[in-house]
Design a protein around this ligand. Structure first.
Ligand code: CO
Length: 138
């Protein structure tokens, strides 16, 4: 059901300083910076093989990402697993009583779909499921 790691998302209060290490010290290219208003974040995309690093900076103080940063500080925010069929994946998780942040998939850019699994069901890791081609946007 899971095909690959689509992206690993890192949260920072300052996108420029956070991308500095990955882009300058490690030499990973930043191919795109985008505003994602539906998740209240600005995102830098750094492709890495078949996956991406995404660096997130909250653009408000109330969103889930902003509250996470406030509570836990900068660092890895979530891991995104790409699935062939997100509806089937969510149904399977529900049947296994895994707590979901999104009971149904949300629409992303370009017809992509995503949903988050609650960290209390995963051993403390926020996990995103993602269905669709190309880079993630959340
Ligand atoms: Co994501």
């Amino acid at each position: 059901m899971i095909t690959k790691i689509n992206h690993i998302a890192i949260v920072s209060p300052d996108l420029d300083s956070a991308t500095g290490f990955w882009a300058e010290a490690l030499g990973l290219p930043v191919t795109r910076i985008a505003d994602v208003p539906e998740e209240a974040v600005k995102v830098a995309f750094l492709p890495l093989g078949d996956s991406n690093l995404e660096i997130l900076q909250p653009t408000d103080t109330e969103s889930g990402v902003a509250r996470y940063l406030e509570k836990r500080g900068p660092g890895i925010h979530h891991i995104c697993l790409e699935v062939a069929d997100i509806d089937a994946a969510l149904a399977r998780l529900k049947a296994a009583n895994v707590p979901l942040i999104n009971e149904a998939a949300k629409m992303g850019h370009g017809g992509t779909r995503y949903a988050f699994i609650h960290p209390k069901g995963t051993g403390g890791v926020l996990v995103e499921l993602y269905e669709g081609a190309g880079a993630g946007l959340s």
